[in-house]
Design a binder for this molecule. Structure first.
Ligand code: 5GP
Length: 112
């Protein structure tokens, strides 16, 4: 069974796509936890960061640079969070690697 993100990548499910290239897509989260809440998703269906290895180094670097670019384009380049939940114990609900970009609100240590 392919993940909901693979279904979005394959055009089987709709999504608000803000960026796409040959290695990844960026979509708006369906249940935003901040004024700006984007998901950076590799086309490669890695289950989580824990599944990545040295052969994924260039892909992971690309995802970071795309995150930087879309955060800038969304007007939150001055301050945003980049989060990957790894495993159910950390709150991961979709088994397809993704990085959350969260911004447009004030964060502090109290609301980790
Ligand atoms: P996780 O909890 O795995 O770190 O994050 C999964 C995220 O994917 C959640 O923030 C959830 O709202 C989002 N999400 C789940 N299903 C969909 C969907 O079909 N479309 C979009 N745009 N986001 C989704």
């Amino acid at each position: 069974m392919s993940s909901v993100f693979t279904q979005i990548i394959n055009g089987k499910l709709p999504a608000d796509i803000v960026h796409e290239d040959d290695q990844c897509i960026v979509i708006k989260d369906i249940h935003p936890q901040a004024p700006v809440h984007l998901l950076v998703i590799p086309r490669k269906p890695l289950l989580s960061l824990a599944e990545a290895d040295d052969s994924d180094a260039a892909l992971l670097g690309h995802l970071m640079l795309v995150a930087r670019r879309v955060a800038n384009d969304a007007g939150i380049g001055h301050g945003f969070r980049l989060i990957a939940n790894n495993g159910a114990a950390a709150g991961q609900t979709v088994d397809h690697l993704h990085f959350h970009i969260l911004g447009g609100r004030r964060y502090g240590e109290a609301n980790l």
